[in-house]
Design a protein around this ligand. Sequence first.
Ligand SMILES: [Zn+2]
Length: 220
Amino acid sequence: MPQQKLNKQSLGQGQDPTFPRLLGERLCLDFVNSIEGRAGPQPHDFLENYEALVHWGMHASLLSKEEERALLQLAQQQPEQAEATWAMALRVRDTLYSIFVALARGEHPTPAALRALQQAYLKVMSHAELTPSSAGFTWTWKSTLTLDRMLWPVVQSAVDLLASTVVARVRECPGCGDCGWLFVDISKAGKRQWCSMEGCGSRAKMRRLYQRQHRQNARG
Ligand SMILES: [Zn+2]
């Protein structure tokens, strides 16, 4: 499946500054990171309803403005289905988190989580078709708009990541014991520790500095 064309901004910031930045280096991890402070005492979930899921799709450049409008309209006409799609999206997010956090910690994902991803993948691939491309043929998404449209490339991205060698580079940001965001370490040295240097990285640095000064003062 060809990667969605991403502009430079959407690679880091995303389209909407009120949503979490897209720092996972893979779409599926950005989706997992739609909860902020997952490992902390007060996690904040940005996908609070179906509308938020659509807005996140825009934020991650997965939907056009027209598609966003059409989906919101569809959700108004079919509120129960929209609610069910939202609940399903949260289950997919839990599945992805459980698989990739296990890998980041050097553990095995559970067979149940892998089975759930497999099922989600088979379902989304029913929306794909083979079309001619410069290299022969390629999978592209059909133009039909269903309520779960933004999830198709997310699930695809998870399977792509699992089947690639960079899966060994999936990391979990420790933050200050409160972050828990997942990302692929694409740095040359493979030593990226934080979801972002200027966010969790600098918070951890400040904390170390403070602790050192505190110890010195205590001794002083
Ligand atoms: Zn972090």
